[in-house]
Design a protein around this ligand. Structure first.
Ligand code: F0G
Length: 352
């Protein structure tokens, strides 16, 4: 049985058998080859999808949270606190529940997907909504922890979060035997892209791989400060997980993409929606809107003639967290109701 990322990568993460570990057996998520997408777009490049939505709370945040909470417990922390667009909230609340400490969660009011709020509440998180953006909420919690040493901040500005999230890169190499040519990833607060880069570099330094991937980061057009070079005071996108105007790890992420010969670019709402649809309908993978940004960016950047052999798209979160999006796409209208069905289901199926 997979024991979780700390036990699975103990040496690489600097833990020992004696350390107390708070884990929900996160990580070891599947890496699928997207043969239907390759065919549909006529690509010669191999496309892989790493589905992080299959982590215990449905997003990649669990990789970082197990390390951050384990360390917090070791250091005698009494509670954890974070700002969140939803997934960090769900993850923090779950790992705090397992550790037996409270999680205080500050969210932008009315701006997070209902499924994520439901998770945070179900795990017993103490949810505090503020009038303002995620960026404001993060500023607030950062100032609160300075004044209160009983609390550990578990946003991705916490180095333990980034340390744990490196394991996504380790797992890709463990499966493929090498790094892909390109790693594509949605970018919000810009922690995860930096963590992947650190992970690949750590494997290279250990002699496990020779080449590093190019990092392609994608932000939503209405929340793309790393693309425009300017903070966005009123970020807008239906991909609420990455509705962030002042990414805390922005500089680190830009440096990583430059070092890797990659880039950060923007994808439109329509491009995100098309990608989201294709992932579900051609590959059977239901992701939340923000997660589709990685495939959205790849499908518009890659051409059939490009000399890129392999791409891994990180699909950061599970579609079940944001069911409202399905309704907004009008998909509920595809349900044939008993009133509309003028024949028996039997004869309906026979016509097919
Ligand atoms: N995808 C999903 C599903 C996310 O929840 C996030 C971030 C990202 C991508 C972007 O990752 O911030 O490391 O660049 N969600 C945070 C949260 C901000 O509060 O759950 P990043």
């Amino acid at each position: 049985m997979w024991p979780g990322i700390i036990s699975g990568y103990m040496d690489l993460l600097g833990f020992t058998e004696r350390d107390l570990i708070v884990s929900l057996h996160e990580g070891n998520t599947p890496l699928y080859q997207a043969s239907n997408l390759e065919k549909a777009l006529g690509l010669k490049t191999r496309i892989y999808l790493k589905f992080e939505g299959l982590n215990p709370t449905g997003s990649f945040k669990d990789r970082g949270m197990t390390v951050a909470v384990s360390r917090a417990i070791r250091e005698g922390t009494k509670g954890i606190i974070c700002a969140s667009t939803g997934n960090t909230a769900a993850s923090a609340a779950a790992y705090a529940a397992k550790a037996g400490i409270p999680a205080f969660i500050v969210i932008p009011n009315d701006q997070i997907a209902l499924g994520k709020l439901a998770q945070a509440l179900a795990y017993g998180g103490e949810v505090l909504a503020v009038d303002g953006s995620f960026d404001y909420a993060l500023e607030l919690v950062r100032s609160l922890v300075v004044e209160d040493d009983r609390l550990a901040l578990v946003n991705s500005v916490n180095p333990d979060r980034l340390l744990g999230q490196r394991t996504g890169a380790f797992e890709i190499v463990d499966v493929l035997g090498e790094a892909p040519d390109v790693l594509s990833i949605p970018v919000g607060n810009a922690g995860n892209i930096s963590a992947y880069w650190d992970g690949f570099k750590q494997y290279k330094a250990a002699g496990i791989i020779e080449k590093l991937p190019a990092l392609w980061g994608f932000q939503a057009e209405g929340a793309a400060p790393l693309v425009t070079g300017k903070a966005v005071m009123d970020p807008r996108t239906r991909a609420t997980a990455i509705r962030i105007g002042r990414p805390a790890s922005g500089e680190k992420a830009l440096q990583a993409t430059r070092e890797s010969n990659g880039f950060v670019a923007a994808v439109s709402e329509e491009e995100i929606m098309t990608a989201w649809n294709e992932l579900a309908r051609l590959e059977g993978i239901f992701v939340e809107p923000a997660s589709a940004a990685s495939w959205a960016g790849v499908r518009k950047t890659l051409t059939s003639s490009r000399d890129i052999d392999s791409v891994v798209c990180i699909l950061t979160g599970n579609g079940l967290k944001d069911q409202q999006y399905v309704l907004e796409q009008g998909l509920h209208q595809n349900v044939v109701t008993p009133e509309e069905l003028e024949e028996s289901i039997d004869s309906y199926l026979r016509r097919w």
